[in-house]
Design a protein around this ligand. Structure first.
Ligand code: URA
Length: 442
């Protein structure tokens, strides 16, 4: 194989990538730092992004780009935490409230879980927006605060601040403006750049595929998962990725306080309740315990998590986190306290049959229009807006049965109901059952 090129100027790098050359580690470490400092003109960064979009990156280049993104900012370490540190990350979904369950449960099993998370992106929700439904909760934490919360609660949820991987901020803004968001190596290095900037021993990834995922096709999602595992391993972290289905929303609630309420109720209930949220939580959590060296295999991991769940230790850890991050814990004790939207309306089944699809992409976009997400970065989130489903794909329904409750403060009820009708399809036969968790990539 040809040796990677080592261009001395950024322009030479653009030309080499345009022509499909592989670029050296030194090139990435020299220039990604400069991008983070804002000294490379936007037009050159944009041209480089398009060249990467069209030509792709080798595994070595993806690692070098990711390391460059990490080195553009601060590295966060927790020298006083002696427990194994394991993080979890989802590539983005609709109704995904798993972090609020898996974080405290894994922490209750003796692992420190420093979750750094983002805000909603496009049609997908963000863990930080959801957590901020709790009055008083602080999500911008200093390194000292992160360490204190980890020591107190065993886990934390912190927003990825501007000091973390600033080059990703520049690249992301330009990707959005140049039609290059959907590039696999750019997504992988963007996610991993932020994840690897925070100290951990291991990382478990929830890579979504299906209608509501960024990578709808399973083959592309698998490729993304493999790329991210390779980057993590190349950077010396243990990593596994689960491929999970995002054709329909996860759980029953979509929208910030509605999702948090669902998560809290699930954490208080027994894990036996039939729920896709429970299944994804146990599967991800078991992998986290394996990588932390706490258990040997998945069955033992699930047992430990279920014990923590049944004994209420997960709930206790959630409570401790909210308290340690300055939130009003009475909202966790009584989720009915979350402010309700001023308007509610029900969508009823227009006919008898089986639910054959609940299009997660359209539902995510609808929740965003209702105020649960942002149309532009400056928009304020409406924490009370969203949808609560009372059925899932495969369920048999009768005409007139309530299937969805819509919660909103703005917009047109009839428009929302029309959009739900397009997203929730009812047919004569039950659909083929698709696996929720397709495989574990190592
Ligand atoms: N999440 C990120 O942080 N970056 C991407 O490119 C896509 C999802």
């Amino acid at each position: 194989m040809a040796t990677p090129q080592n261009p001395q100027t950024f322009l030479e790098g653009i030309i080499a990538k345009r022509d499909g050359e592989e670029l050296s580690e030194q090139f990435y470490s020299r220039f990604i730092h400069s991008i983070g400092e804002g000294v490379v003109p936007d037009y050159q960064v944009s041209a480089f992004l398009m060249a990467v979009y069209l030509r792709g990156l080798s595994e070595g280049e993806m690692l070098a780009l990711t390391e460059g993104i990490v080195d553009s900012g601060k590295r966060i370490a927790f020298p006083n935490i002696k427990l194994p540190l394991v993080d979890k990350h989802s590539t983005g979904g609709v109704g995904d409230k798993v972090s609020f369950l898996v974080g405290p449960l894994v922490a209750a099993c003796g692992v420190a879980v420093p979750l750094t998370a983002g805000r909603g992106l496009g049609h997908t929700g963000g863990t930080i927006d959801k957590l901020e439904s709790i009055p008083g909760i602080k999500t911008q934490l200093s390194v000292e605060e992160m360490e204190r919360v980890l020591a107190q609660a065993g886990w934390l949820i912190a927003a990825q601040g501007p000091e973390l991987a600033p080059a990703d901020g520049v690249l992301y803004r330009l990707r959005d403006a140049t039609g290059t968001v959907a590039s696999l190596p750019l997504i992988a290095s963007s996610i991993m750049g932020k994840k690897l900037a925070v100290e951990n021993d291991a990382l478990v990834l929830d890579v979504k595929f299906g209608r509501g995922a960024f990578m709808a096709q399973v083959e592309r999602a698998r490729e993304l998962g493999k790329a991210m595992v390779a980057i993590a391993e190349g950077a010396g972290r243990s990593c596994r990725a689960l491929l999970t289905n995002m054709d329909q929303p996860l759980g029953f609630a979509v929208g910030n306080s509605l999702e948090l309420g669902e998560a809290v109720k699930l954490l208080r209930a027994l894990p036996g309740s039939p729920s896709d949220v429970v299944e994804v939580t146990l599967a991800l959590g078991a992998q986290m315990l394996i990588l932390a060296g706490i258990v040997e295999g998945e069955p033992e991991g699930r047992e430990r998590l279920e014990e923590a769940w049944v004994k209420g230790w997960g709930y206790e850890r959630l409570f401790s986190l909210v308290s340690a991050q300055g939130g009003d814990v009475s909202f966790i004790e009584d989720t009915e306290k979350f402010t309700e939207a001023s308007k509610k309306t029900a969508f009823k089944a227009p006919r008898d049959g089986y639910i054959i699809a609940m299009d997660a992409y359209q539902i995510g976009e609808l929740a965003r229009s209702m105020g649960a997400g942002r149309e532009s970065m400056e928009d304020e989130i409406d924490h009370s807006a969203g949808l609560v489903f009372s059925a899932k794909v495969g369920d048999e329904v009768e005409v007139g049965e309530e299937l969805v409750e819509l919660h909103f403060n703005r917009g047109s009820e009839s428009d929302y109901l029309t959009r739900v009708e397009k997203a929730v399809l009812i047919g004569d036969e039950p659909p083929e059952e698709l696996p929720l968790i397709l495989e574990v990539l190592k």
